[in-house]
Design a binder for this molecule. Sequence first.
Ligand code: HEC
Length: 172
Amino acid sequence: MRPKVAVAIKVGLVAFLLAPAGEPRAEPATPAREEDGKFFDAEGNPTYRIKADGTVDWYTYSGFRRYHGDCHTCHGPDAAGSSYAPALADSLKNMTYQQFTEVVIQGRQVARSGNTSVMPSFGTNQNVVCYLDDIYVYLRARAEGALDRGRPEKRDEKPQAAKDAEKACLGG
Ligand code: HEC
């Protein structure tokens, strides 16, 4: 494991341990707070912001792209699910941010009627770890019915904070 990735995972885990538990929610969320183009709910969990004209925040757009880079092969386009893996647009209705990050970082194996269902661990995949919040807010928007299927047509510019965080995480 490259040191930068280990750091990213540690930061993720600390956030995971410090964050309040929070009830799973399935209502379109209005962000409580903005920090350099990134949005948070009242519990401090990352969320999306979609304007009335359909413009999505940068992280939601980025999450759409990252999801369709590493997750859609199993979980289906637009998080709609496949015969192989569950529809995350449904799963996220009943999962907290903490539960989501835990499954994606650690992976999960479940034995069901003679077959083993495998969610791979993405803890060492920079294309996922460095964009975990992006993927989360995209899926959250899908789960809460705030975002239709397909590529968002309008998006905010990439914030400087996103460029800085990406550089630090990728080790560029
Ligand atoms: C190789 C196929 C595969 C890939 C790629 C994959 N997953 Fe999964 N994932 C699964 C399977 C299968 C399950 C169901 C595991 C089980 O039976 O509990 C799962 C479960 C999950 C769950 C838990 C869902 C629930 O309802 O409990 C989450 C969250 C998740 N995956 C997120 C992701 C994300 C985010 C990505 C991309 C970074 C991803 N997965 C990529 C196969 C995959």
